[in-house]
Design a protein around this ligand. Structure first.
Ligand code: AMP
Ligand code: GLY
Length: 422
């Protein structure tokens, strides 16, 4: 088969790494990709939002199956466009991608179908949302109602902070906000493949969203992950599937927009059980990296079964080991990152046992050297018998990388490792 992966991040490098190992694949193309992906796939310089350009690429490369990595082209309707032209795709339609594209849509759906989530209000004007914030009190969560690359959410501990975040969101014309109850507990990213009707639970991961050690500082797209998540007992996992994931899949059928693809639920493990705080309609980044490291089975047939509506009774096997990913980012991230700085030592890092380095924001320099070209630049991953062992592997590889203008957190996995040591 000829396969096309859309995207250019660490998630897509991990997907290409997993899919490229499938015996079903003859040719692997990635658009637009990055330096690391270019070592295992053919790169095509096509913008994922140039739908006709992607379609032409599918025709030129005789593509049999397309895997769309990021949310932006999904929410914009890339899958609808390619499917209408006869190309099979993994991922949701534009209508079903509203689960990520509109936070208000998800809250309304959850309420209508009794899916556990926090209390909320949706507003189109600043005065009404400010009044609601005052009425509810702090802590409270203020969210822009659209895609914001992880930056449209303020978890406000005080009323002043909430009102300031609310005012900031209304500086743009046509703004809509969702004001949501603050949910207290441990966060889990839960992943399931969906074929419209049936689900195939994958695994859970935990992300570290804050930029600094000890989970402090501004939110980022994710500074590191690990999987499995020891905080998630089999009973809690069942509760997530039975009370949140399956009811959502059923609700999407009832609403006439069945969901296919990977459903990524942001779950808070609260004292009164798991509650949904958001959906994403794609693999997480860097959650995907640790899931792919742990997956034993061929990923491709499962993605095809999702698209073809035949996931029922499908099975995937997972390694007994834990995986952990440390993100290395460019100085300045999550603000404006410094770009064009030189990264060395990647071969030495990759030569460490049980490690792999996924590229995200990298580009090749004039002499083939590897340069930083984004905020999150590398995902350095380790595999081990425990999360502590996986962490030791990942940081041993990090320490082989010479990139003075890069930084990473030094405590990825701390909650789980503390649990392991109890
Ligand atoms: P999001 O951009 O929706 O992933 O949200 C960013 C982060 O905000 C999440 O990872 C959570 O840590 C936090 N968050 C979102 N919604 C809530 C909520 N209702 N209560 C507490 N924290 C939240
Ligand atoms: N790591 C969080 C996300 O992919 O949204």
């Amino acid at each position: 088969m000829n396969l096309l992966v859309i995207g250019s991040g660490g998630r897509e490098h991990a997907l290409c790494w997993a899919l490229g190992a499938s015996p079903l694949v003859n040719k692997l193309v990635c658009a637009p990709g990055n330096v690391g992906i270019g070592q295992i796939a053919k790169l095509a310089p096509v913008d994922p939002l140039d739908f006709d350009g992607v379609l032409k690429l599918c025709r030129d490369e005789h593509i049999d199956f397309v895997v769309v990595g990021p949310e932006v082209p999904l929410v914009a309707g890339l899958v609808d466009h390619l499917e209408a032209a006869g190309f099979a795709c993994f991922g949701p339609t534009k209508a079903a991608a509203q689960l990520e594209g509109s936070k208000g849509f998800v809250k309304d759906l959850a309420t209508k179908y009794g899916i556990p989530t926090g209390a909320y209000g949706r507003f189109k004007d600043k005065a009404s949302s400010a009044a609601y914030i005052r009425q509810q009190g702090a802590p409270i969560v203020v969210k822009a109602d659209g895609l914001a690359a992880g930056k449209g959410v303020t978890v406000a501990m005080t009323l002043d902070e909430a009102l300031a975040a609310n005012a900031a969101l209304f500086t743009e014309a046509g703004a809509e906000v969702v004001i949501e109850e603050f949910l207290e507990g441990e966060e889990v990213s839960y992943f399931a493949l969906v074929d419209g009707k049936h689900i195939l639970p994958l695994a859970a991961a935990q992300d570290h969203k804050r930029v600094g050690d000890g989970d402090i500082g501004p939110n980022t797209g994710g500074m590191g992950t690990y999987s499995p998540v020891p905080a998630l007992s089999p009973a809690l996992e069942r509760a997530i599937v039975d009370t949140i994931i399956q009811p959502t899949v059923d609700a999407m059928v009832a609403e006439g927009m069945p969901f296919k693809g990977v459903l990524f639920a942001g779950i808070m493990l609260t004292k009164s059980g798991p509650k949904l705080y958001e959906y994403n309609v794609r693999f997480g980044d860097p959650e995907c990296q640790v899931l792919m490291l742990r997956l034993k089975s061929d990923l491709l047939p499962a993605l095809m079964a999702s698209r073809d509506g035949v996931l029922k009774d499908f099975d995937l096997r997972w390694k007994d080991e834990a995986a952990l990913c440390v993100v290395m980012a460019g100085e300045g991230y999550p603000g404006e990152p410094r770009k064009g700085t030189r990264i060395e030592g990647l071969d030495a890092a990759a030569a460490e046992a049980d490690t792999i380095v996924f590229h995200a924001g990298t580009k090749a320099g004039a002499n083939g050297e590897i340069l930083a070209n984004g905020g999150r630049v590398l995902g350095v991953c380790g595999l081990g018998k425990t999360i502590g062992a996986a962490q030791a592997r990942a940081y041993a590889a990090v320490d082989k990388i010479r990139w003075p203008e890069g930084f990473c957190r030094r405590d990825i996995g701390w909650r789980a490792i503390a649990r392991e040591q109890q």
